[in-house]
Design a binder for this molecule. Structure first.
Ligand code: ZN
Length: 558
């Protein structure tokens, strides 16, 4: 493991702060080498300014957004406390040093919210401490093990609920452990709650106002149920916000504890219009599926709420490491059972990933004649139609209304389901073309952009359901000569063969699901979900293209 040794620098820094201000920092050779490593890793994240045009909003709405960002900044600082025990100390030491090398390292620390690399298996890249990010993050004592926690709970069953709560921090208490509720443990909770109450005052939309005032209460009590219910009831809003302790991935020890995060969003009018067009077609899409009529449903049923928004501000868990382009919330099953869920897609982040990652990949990997067909709107449109397509096809195995497709396909379900959503996301364009909603050129742009997109997801490996599903599609298209690796690892597309090949894959995947055929699912994933020499060579040529974004947020035309 490589490690930037900041131990000596920190000591020097303390001396410097004690009175030798302005003293030139001496770095060891090791530090210089490790600085180079950080620079290499920083290059994997394209610096990106995420901006939103708020000129269509009223003065009060902009004041509301400012208030929410102010609240978001507090939440962001609370997440620093959760990320690791020394995250803030490392950040602030680097800030205090302020020389060029410290600034570079600080940039990488800011990206990962601390001294541990979220991409490279949590390895520590700066300062002295555990070699890997402690699984319990800042939620438990740093030296506490899983076994110790479990043993303590068996011996003290009355403390189980509080210790395992998603809204408590676990501390040492003599020889034992104690749980402190978030609203007592974290600083600035009152201020945060007050800001949300003030935001509620500024909200003219009654459903948004109700949510914000309930959220203000929730922050102060750690009881989020009512506000999550109110969030699902928000209607006709331009502005939305997700704020609080929400996802539990940061707790790598038990996945009990929730991490602070904030996303301030505004609805995207253009994307929302397109989404509406897609959802209006949902039954028509179902009827046009390339399978026997007896396997098609009269109605595709209702999807969960889908929205296209732009991100104005990301803080905390949302902002750490790899940037998400969509989220489905809330997580409380008591809420989703009653109200369903809301999936929000982040259009400006999708566009940024297109500009900084997908477009360079396409230009490297596709035949030059195809480059001008790679298109940003086709990308966001495809991601939207992918989400809509998840609701198509049978949720239950044909003839067995008690057996869900998910249960029938077990661990093979996710990759098959992602494959279905991708393939139908393209296949549904056929219907839109026949209705004149899109033209032949739109279709061509969609196909070229889709093929380039397959390579983007493949870089994250075949282990993920998305990566696996993308391999299946690419190998299928290659086998059917719809995509060809003509020469020098440049890929071309045969547009005459593309739709027939894709339709056959759609039929295959839909029938695996319809009949709940576990063996056929395995055959598809094994035969087509494999990394091949041709694909591997192509991916090797993409190493210098950024993996993700290092984002900052700004507002246009304020
Ligand atoms: Zn999906």
């Amino acid at each position: 493991m490589r490690n930037i040794n900041i131990g000596s620098i920190l000591i020097a820094c303390v001396i410097m702060l004690a009175g030798c201000g302005g003293e030139r920092q001496e770095y060891s050779m090791k530090t210089i080498e490790d600085h180079q490593l950080v620079m290499e890793r920083l290059a994997m994240f394209a610096d990106t300014e995420i901006s939103v045009d708020l000129s269509g909003l009223s003065e009060r709405q902009r004041a509301l957004i400012d208030k929410l960002i102010e609240a978001g900044r507090i939440v962001d600082e609370l997440f620093w406390m959760q990320s690791s025990h020394d995250a803030i100390a490392v950040r602030d030491s680097l800030r205090a040093m302020g020389d060029a090398i410290s600034k570079d390292i600080l940039k990488y620390v800011m990206l990962h919210y601390g001294p541990y690399d979220r991409i490279f298996e949590g390895e520590r890249f700066i300062g002295e401490g555990p070699a890997r990010k402690p699984a319990g993050a800042g939620f438990y004592p740093e030296d506490m093990t899983r076994e110790e926690f479990e043993a303590y709970i068996s011996a003290n069953p009355d403390k189980k609920e509080l210790l395992e709560s998603q809204y408590t921090v676990v501390l040492r208490d003599g020889d034992g452990l104690r749980a402190v509720p978030y609203h007592e443990y974290y600083p600035r909770i009152e201020e945060l709650s007050r800001l949300l109450s003030e935001a509620a005052e500024l909200a003219d939309n009654p459903s948004l106002r109700k949510y914000l005032s309930l959220r203000a209460k929730a922050i102060a009590t750690d009881d989020y149920f009512e506000s999550d219910m109110a969030w699902m009831d928000i209607r006709d809003n331009d502005i939305d916000v997700v704020i609080g302790p929400i996802e539990n991935y940061e707790d790598g020890l038990f996945n009990y504890k929730t991490a602070w995060e904030c996303a301030v969003m505004v609805k995207d009018p253009e994307g929302s219009k397109e989404l509406q067009m897609f959802t209006d077609h949902i039954d028509a899409f179902e009827q046009a599926l390339p399978i026997d009529a007896k396997y098609r449903r009269a109605s595709a049923g209702s999807a969960n709420v889908l929205e296209i928004v732009n991100i104005v501000y990301f803080g905390g868990d949302f902002h750490a490491g790899i940037k998400t382009i969509a989220a489905s919330l809330p997580n409380d099953p008591r809420v989703t059972e009653r109200k369903g869920g809301k999936k929000q897609m982040y259009r400006n982040l999708m566009e940024a990933k297109f500009d900084k990652i997908l477009l360079p990949i396409a230009e490297r990997i596709l035949h030059p004649a195809l480059h001008s067909w790679v298109d940003r709107n086709s990308f966001t449109s495809f991601v939207t139609l992918h989400e809509v397509s998840h609701t198509l096809g049978m949720p239950y195995v044909y003839g067995k209304p008690e057996l869900s497709v998910r249960r029938a396909l077990m661990e093979r379900y996710s990759a098959v389901e992602e494959c279905k959503a991708d393939v139908l996301g393209m296949y549904n364009k056929k219907l839109l073309l026949s209705e004149g909603r899109i033209d032949e050129n739109d279709l061509k742009r969609s196909i070229v952009t889709y093929v380039a997109g397959l390579f983007r997801s493949l870089r994250f490996g075949a282990e993920s359901a998305h990566g696996h599903a993308n391999l299946v599609q690419l190998n299928w298209l290659l086998e059917n000569a719809a995509v060809t690796s003509a020469s020098a690892d440049v890929f071309d597309i045969d547009f005459d063969k593309f739709m027939p090949a894709l339709t056959e894959l759609a039929r295959t995947v839909l029938m695996i699901q319809t009949l709940g055929n576990y063996d056929e699912a395995g055959a598809l994933l094994d035969n087509y979900g494999r990394m091949t020499d041709v694909i591997e060579r192509a991916i090797d040529r993409l190493t210098d293209i950024p993996r993700d974004l290092n984002t900052t947020y700004s507002v246009l035309e304020k």
